[in-house]
Design a protein around this ligand. Structure first.
Ligand code: GAL
Length: 995
């Protein structure tokens, strides 16, 4: 029981956002004196808002026994208290504006010496971000208190500063009334987590500035206006603008506009009598017209991601290096837009977006989602008592970030229901900044938003919105407004599936202007076992009472910023160029989907490979293709195939011709592939891989020909007869148990447990905690505990036929699996036919065989699609080629272990020991494979990857097909064409020992 905090400050439960703070203003650098106060501060943590013993704010308080804590940082990541994760739920009773008595409160002290040169006069203490509520004292004088965790606050301190030693004291509470406004699906983490500075405010200095730089796309000219409190002079040498007055429009003539593609900034300077401020001016005009969101007259196509600030060790106290890495990774993966979900980012992030080029939706620090769980009763968004708090947050967002050309939309916040306070925010924002439209997803009413925005709309809905038809009457989608998918393609665990299909809709419907994949990075917290093993924690790993488990791990990047397979798929989907080689006609079609760039900065390369081995290649001479244009370019004469039957592919790819600030020359931007040799008579091999043609897999009800089942294609037309000796039957190089028909070995290499397998460790999308789960019917049908019963073992002349029935306890549905084994001196051939019997209520997870191999066969080499993990609806990035890896290298360590690491469209797979012994598997024509050092059951059981222990064997899965992945962890499930319907399935494999 905590003692009742009768000494808790009254501001804690006040809806008034702050007291004693200065009016909000722009973030900018200047030549005015500044003192950085980051570094080690004295720190102690108290259990309640009353704080620790003694008057900690007094100058002479003895803090010598206190610990130290770095600023910026979260105290929970430095051993005080613990992180807690919830998505929607408030981790305290919903009783606004009250907060729990248990209210961890951090007391910080920092003594600093004022530099001798520090000028007299006004100065402010600026806090860039403190979570969640804090009061500040300088030299024992209370300055005020503030909320708004991810918004700056400034306190005037000029009169209190003294030469020499000054003492700053800050009390930070984890919970406050403001916590009700900060329910943003992330870790609850507290403390001074962004920088603190002392800034001199020179007499007749700038104080605040507003830069408006518009671009007229009809004339190609710009207008620049800079407003300040004290009149000053603006110089932009490149524009010939010298000592131009503030407070007036300057027609600067022809300018190069700013865009995410060409982030042209003009360096300049603003000088007032007291201060000089460097300017970086980007000219652009944002508008909604004709139902389209346009910049500089051209409709935007947003290829975006939602970004939370995250670092696995530092939480939201991100460094400049981390922010830069995010922007570079986005640019290198063809992302052109970012939504700062769900709060304004560190201000440096926006400087990086200006400089490197990303369209930004800048979101206010606001979410009241937990009220949804109580039917939105007492939602602050519609309560006049919270009006000032809402407006304060919006004003602080807009004022801080108003000068960034990258910011093109203001977003009121996230998932805060509807209500008059949101409406007031929208109205205020439009008045304050007519130069940027307003976005809000939570209500489609135009009073709140200039766009129609939705999260997790299905493909069908997006198509209907795009067509402006087929929607229920009165659906706001019918209103003539631009449509954006503010969140889609939930990137949790394996996946997201269906991204490619969304992109096709974006391209087909002009009003569907793209969107923002949820989300950029997994928010895992790095932990270390005693033996040094690292792993990443998610919700529940800190003993939270209420939590949402690994829903915090739904990013395209792993927490340490290792790109996940979803990011590769996204990069392919977001390619700005579409390259479609057509070797038959000797051409390649190049479609440029950029808004302003032509292809002059790119080098087009061609590369011809036979079964993955390079044959020829070079650079294509090509005239630049303009934005929005398609050109059909000639290909060089391709050499004749060296031998019949060698599968040959042409890859055409586009690379940066020179270094750019975000990537080096040679960086690949786009690629397309086409098969060059005449596809085999069996029709195997999809003959072209481009973004618009995801390669589809075996369809239920497909004919044998479509399934690739061609009994005539075998290693040897004549099979030698079987030999039986005792309990063993020999088929080609392999031995079988005569009684059970089980494979035992091939050429002495043990093949254990070879049998039909239809189970996979459910992915987050299979599990679908917020959507339609397939895991539930899978487990109900017993797919995780199938048993095998041999119906017959028949020996024919040259074939061993084993018929089995595979089913689960207490279930009357099942699968008939017939194995036909044949072979010759070198190879063993399996023809597997699977037929579902009974009334199946769900798709199958996979259809294939599993087997166990000796542990030393850890080296992997294959010809097929790769190099990365791919599933039938997350297949974009997998190109046909020859790849090498290792069993360990083929795993994707999703934070919650689940099905992963599949390689698609494999024609040939070799697993070898370091000595070269091993097994070759050939598809007839193709198969999927996964290979692991643990079983599916172990993968299914584990909660974290480091719990998976390598076994003394390798588990190999060879599949005819998988159920697609979809994105039902939050959003639509697997599209019909990617479902694995029970029915009949066939798989034909050739197994050869490797000496
Ligand atoms: C949305 C929300 C995000 C995130 C996502 C699921 O509803 O806006 O913050 O929770 O769902 O991961």
């Amino acid at each position: 029981m905590p003692t009742h905090p009768e000494h808790a400050p009254s501001y804690l439960e006040s809806r008034t956002p702050s007291a004693g703070t200065e009016p909000p203003r722009a973030a900018f650098a200047s030549d005015a004196p500044a003192l950085d106060l980051d570094g080690d501060w004295r720190f102690r943590l108290a259990p309640t808002a009353a704080g620790g013993p003694g008057a900690f704010e007094r100058e002479d308080h003895d803090d010598s026994a206190w610990d130290t804590l770095p600023v910026p940082a979260h105290w929970q990541l430095h051993g005080y208290g613990a992180p807690a994760y919830t998505n929607i739920a408030y981790p305290f009773p919903i009783d606004p504006p009250h907060v729990p008595d248990d209210n961890p409160t951090g007391e910080y002290r920092r003594a600093f010496d004022l530099p001798e040169s520090w000028p007299e006069g006004p100065a402010v203490l600026r806090f860039e971000g403190v979570d969640s509520c804090y009061a500040v004292w300088l030299n024992g004088h209370e300055l005020g208190h503030a909320t708004g965790s991810r918004l700056p606050s400034e306190f005037e301190v000029g009169a209190l500063l003294r030469p020499g030693r000054n003492v700053l004291a800050v009390r930070v509470h984890q919970w406050s009334a403001a916590s009700y406004l900060e329910d943003q699906d992330m870790w609850w983490l507290s403390g001074i987590f962004r920088g603190v500075r002392l800034l001199a405010c020179p007499d007749r200095g700038v104080r605040d500035l507003e830069v408006r730089a518009s671009y007229d796309h009809t004339s190609g000219t710009g207008v620049l206006r800079v407003d300040t409190e004290t009149p000053g002079l603006v110089t932009v040498p490149e524009l010939g603008l010298v000592d131009a007055a503030t407070g007036t429009d300057h027609e600067v003539g022809p300018v190069e506009p700013w865009s995410a593609e060409v982030p042209r900034l003009y360096d300049g300077e603003l000088v007032t009598p007291g201060e000089r401020v460097p300017l970086r001016v980007g000219f652009r005009t944002v508008e909604v017209s004709g139902g389209l969101l346009r910049v500089n007259g051209r409709p935007l196509l947003l290829r975006g991601v939602n970004r939370h600030e995250w670092d696995p060790d530092r939480g939201r106290a991100v460094t400049w290096e981390t922010m830069r890495e995010d922007v570079l990774l986005m640019k290198r993966h063809n992302v052109n837009a970012v939504r700062t979900s769900h709060y304004p980012p560190h201000p440096d992030f926006l400087d990086l977006c200006d400089e490197l080029g990303l369209w930004v939706v800048d979101e206010c620090d606001l979410e009241t989602h937990g009220f949804e769980d109580v039917g939105w009763r007492n939602n602050p968004s519609d309560d006049p008592l919270w009006h000032d708090a809402f407006l304060d947050r919006m004003a602080r967002t807009v004022e801080r970030d108003k000068n960034h050309p990258s910011v093109i939309l203001w977003s009121l916040g996230n998932e805060s229901g509807g209500g008059r306070n949101l409406r007031a925010m929208a109205e205020w924002t439009r008045r304050r900044d007519p130069g940027r439209p307003v976005h809000y997803e939570g209500a489609a009413d135009p009073a709140y938003t200039d766009l129609y925005s939705r999260m997790y709309a299905t493909h069908e809905e997006v198509a209907a919105i795009g067509r402006r038809s087929g929607l229920p009457e009165g659906d706001p989608g019918l209103v003539d407004r631009p449509f954006v998918m503010v969140e889609y393609a939930h990137a949790m665990g394996t996946g997201p599936g269906g991204l490619e299909e969304y992109q096709r809709l974006v391209e087909a419907h002009p009003h569907v202007q793209g969107g923002f994949v949820w989300e950029w990075i997994d928010h895992g917290i790095r932990r270390r076992e005693d033996d040094g093993t690292e792993w990443f924690a998610y919700g529940g790993d800190f003993g939270e009472v209420v939590h949402d488990a690994n829903f915090v791990a739904d990013g395209l990047l792993m927490p340490d910023r290792t790109p996940g397979p979803g990011l590769a798929a996204l990069a392919k989907t977001f390619e700005p160029l579409r390259l479609v080689p057509d070797p038959e006609n000797g051409t390649v079609a190049v479609t440029n989907t950029w808004q302003v760039l032509d292809t002059a900065g790119l080098e087009l390369r061609w590369d011809l490979r036979e079964e993955g081995e390079p044959v020829a290649g070079g650079v294509l001479a090509a005239k630049p293709v303009g934005p929005g244009e398609t050109a059909v370019l000639p290909l060089p004469d391709l050499p004749e195939p060296s031998a019949a039957g060698r599968e040959t592919w042409l890859t055409v790819s586009a690379h940066l011709a020179g270094d750019l600030p975000w990537a080096e020359a040679g960086h690949e931007v786009a690629w397309g592939q086409a098969r060059v040799d005449r596809p085999r008579a069996d029709g195997s091999g999809s003959d072209r891989i481009t973004p618009s043609q995801p390669v589809t897999h075996h369809r239920p009800g497909a004919t044998e020909r479509e399934l690739g089942y061609h009994p005539q294609r075998t290693p040897s037309a004549q099979y030698p007869p079987l030999a039986t000796e005792g309990d063993t039957v020999t088929v080609g190089p392999a031995e079988f148990d005569a009684r059970t028909g089980r494979a035992l070995s091939v050429a002495g290499l043990p093949l254990a447990a070879l049998e039909l397998d239809v189970w996979r460790a459910p992915t987050d999308n299979d599990q679908a905690r917020h959507g339609e789960s397939v895991e539930v019917p899978w487990r109900r049908a017993g797919l995780d505990r199938m048993t095998h019963r041999v119906l017959s073992v028949e020996r024919e002349d040259a074939a061993l036929r084993v018929r089995t029935r595979v089913a689960a306890a207490n279930s009357d549905i099942g699968l008939l699996a017939d194995y036909t084994w044949t072979g010759d001196a070198e190879a063993l051939v399996l023809d597997l036919a699977v037929e579902a019997v009974g009334d199946w209520p769900c798709p199958l997870p996979r259809v294939g065989v599993r087997l166990e191999l000796p542990p030393e066969l850890g080296e992997v080499d294959w010809f097929g699609r790769g190099p990365g993990e791919a599933y039938r609806d997350v297949a974009q990035a997998a190109r046909v080629g020859r790849f090498t890896s290792s069993v360990d290298g083929l795993q994707t360590p999703y934070l919650r272990p689940q099905e992963n690491g599949n390689r698609l469209g494999t024609r040939r797979l070799d697993l070898r020991s370091p000595e070269g012994r091993g097994l070759r598997v050939e598809g007839a024509p193709e198969f999927d494979f996964t290979v692991r050092r643990w079983s599916t059951a172990a993968l299914d059981r584990a909660r974290h990857p480091h719990e998976l222990r390598p076994e003394d064997r390798i588990h190999l899965h060879l599949d005819a097909a998988h159920q697609g992945i979809g994105s039902a962890s939050c959003g639509p499930g697997v599209l019909p064409q990617h479902r694995l319907t029970p029915g009949t399935h066939r798989l034909r494999l050739v197994l050869r020992p490797l000496a």
